[in-house]
Design a protein around this ligand. Structure first.
Ligand code: ZN
Length: 253
């Protein structure tokens, strides 16, 4: 998400929109042409692109969900980044354009009302203001809930996806199904994963699959003890998760 936001900022920040098409019925009539793009801010998995015209500030909200993406490139006569029916947003500025494909939750609100979009999210693990002790307490307060389900619930803490939730459980030495309220060392595990996530934002190449202990390594030997990594499903959306039954203690479902 943060890489997407950086890319959008590189393409559009500081420029005036010459063309802006919102191909989503409820906001199709909103006119963003002539607005200056201030920048794109990330809250959890939400992208908030802030715009200004005179004294008024507006926020274009988008969410990538599973397969949405923003493509950027030189301005052109057509979006050109993917099949036309997948284009939800097309923004054209003087020097670049941005095309939002398969975006969800596209809406425009006054910037002062951003809280109505993302106010239900827990603290963002990548935020500068992240408080590790408070974050660990919020996860622990989920009690009997499997720890990985709690980590994936963006209302508890935001920004952790399936990959880092699985790696975090490995770092804490517990299976994904251990009760969230019963994980010793949750705070240091959160901190370790946070540091890895922050490095990954700066340099994506540093998170090659080879550096991951369990994620998407089902059936392959644990890098620490050679026991085959297990795969299961967790949480209300039955997301895939991974763990080593030898290195991680707790229930296996
Ligand atoms: Zn192991």
């Amino acid at each position: 998400m943060r890489r997407t936001a950086r890319r959008l900022d590189t393409a559009l920040a500081g420029q005036v929109l010459r063309r802006a098409e919102l191909r989503v019925p409820r906001v199709a009539t909103v006119d963003l042409v002539g607005m200056t793009v201030l920048g794109t801010h990330v809250v959890g998995k939400h992208l908030l692109t802030r715009l200004q015209r005179d004294d008024t500030r507006w926020t274009l909200h988008s969410h990538l969900r599973m397969d949405g993406r923003w493509a950027t490139g030189p301005p052109g006569p057509r979006p050109g980044a993917g099949p036309a029916h997948q284009v939800r947003v097309w923004l054209v500025a003087e020097r670049a354009q941005a095309v939002g494909l398969r975006l969800m939750e596209v809406t425009v609100v006054p910037t002062s009302d951003e809280d109505t979009l993302v106010g239900h999210l827990g603290p963002d693990i990548l935020d500068e203001a992240w408080d590790g002790g408070a974050g660990a307490r919020r996860v622990a307060e989920q009690g009997e809930r499997p720890v990985v389900a709690a980590l994936l619930d963006q209302r508890v803490i935001s920004g952790v996806g399936t990959m880092w939730a699985a790696e975090l459980a490995f770092a804490a030495g517990v299976t994904p199904y251990r009760a969230a309220g019963d994980v010793a060392g949750l705070e240091p595990a959160l901190e370790r994963v946070r540091q890895r996530m922050r490095r990954a934002v700066v340099d994506p190449k540093r998170v090659s699959r080879a550096r991951l202990n369990v994620f998407e390594r089902g059936g392959r030997p644990c890098l620490r003890c050679a026991t085959p990594i297990r795969v299961g499903r967790v949480g209300p959306h039955d997301r895939l998760t991974y763990w080593c039954p030898q290195c991680q203690e707790g229930p296996d479902r």
